[in-house]
Design a protein around this ligand. Structure first.
Ligand code: ATP
Ligand code: MG
Length: 230
């Protein structure tokens, strides 16, 4: 099934347990995220944020309730969902192949000129230009050639090449120093301004750029408002 119309996300009375009879990690969460909204989901470590992200992506199936994208339950959309929702993880994964191949994951058709354009947008143009083999430089297994911030910029470049309408950022700046973090946040919001942004975080940096913040605690949404009210 393919979503049509506005890509609104509707989370309806969502309950999730990893195993039968285990604790309810999410316990009756309802939330509407209209297409284009900039939403922060704030909560302590272990509060269920990444679990919620996996449910939105359809990687997990709700124990009860639904996550619906444009009228279709996300777990029914299947692999097609990657056409609609992109994720930037805390530790973006890079593969042991060239920089070009790493960036084209999800959009193998992308022209080299397009790849350079995106590298410029994420602030990696110079770095890649200065490598002896440029775009054909091999990335080693762990992506160790790149710093944490650079890896996140690579992940952003991938998302921009793929041009998905909804981007889930799961603590994408954890472990970076404050200056690198702020620079990266600025780049994310500048480059993703047209898209739905779901920004998962356990601290406050960057949330002033969001339209709405919801708090998740003990598996429930506790509070919701604009970042300036909270
Ligand atoms: P953090 O800020 O540390 O990333 P989080 O809010 O993303 O935390 P989750 O990763 O969603 O939290 O985990 C919520 C709860 O679910 C935790 O108690 C965790 O131990 C549990 N949990 C997470 N993944 C699994 C799993 N695969 N199997 C069983 N329990 C899990
Ligand atoms: Mg998490």
């Amino acid at each position: 099934k393919v979503p049509e119309g506005p890509l609104d996300i509707e989370i309806q009375h969502l309950v999730f347990q990893y195993e039968k009879d285990s604790r309810k990690v999410l316990n009756d969460i309802s939330l509407s995220i209209p297409q284009g909204e900039k939403l922060a989901i704030l909560g302590r470590s272990g509060s269920g944020k990444s679990t919620l992200a996996s449910l939105i992506r359809g990687d997990l199936t709700p124990t009860n309730g639904n996550v619906v994208l444009a009228g279709i339950a996300t777990e029914q959309i299947g692999d097609e969902i990657s056409e609609y929702i992109g994720v930037i993880q805390q530790t973006p994964y890079l593969f042991h192949t060239t920089i070009l191949n790493n960036l084209r994951i999800g959009n193998e058709q992308a022209e080299v000129a397009e790849v350079w354009e995106v590298l410029k947008r994420v602030g990696l143009e110079q770095l890649v230009e200065n490598l002896p083999d440029g775009l054909n430089t091999m990335v080693d297994e762990a992506g160790l050639r790149f710093s944490g911030g650079e890896r996140h910029r690579m992940a952003l470049a991938r998302i921009l090449l793929k041009d998905v309408p909804i981007v889930l950022l799961d603590e994408p700046t954890v472990g970076l120093d404050p200056i690198t973090e702020q620079a990266l946040i600025d780049t994310f919001f500048e480059q993703l301004s047209e898209k739905t942004i779901i920004w998962i975080t356990h601290h406050l940096q960057g949330i002033e750029k969001m339209q709405r913040v919801v708090f998740i605690e003990d598996g429930q949404l506790e509070m919701s408002g604009s970042p300036f009210e909270l």
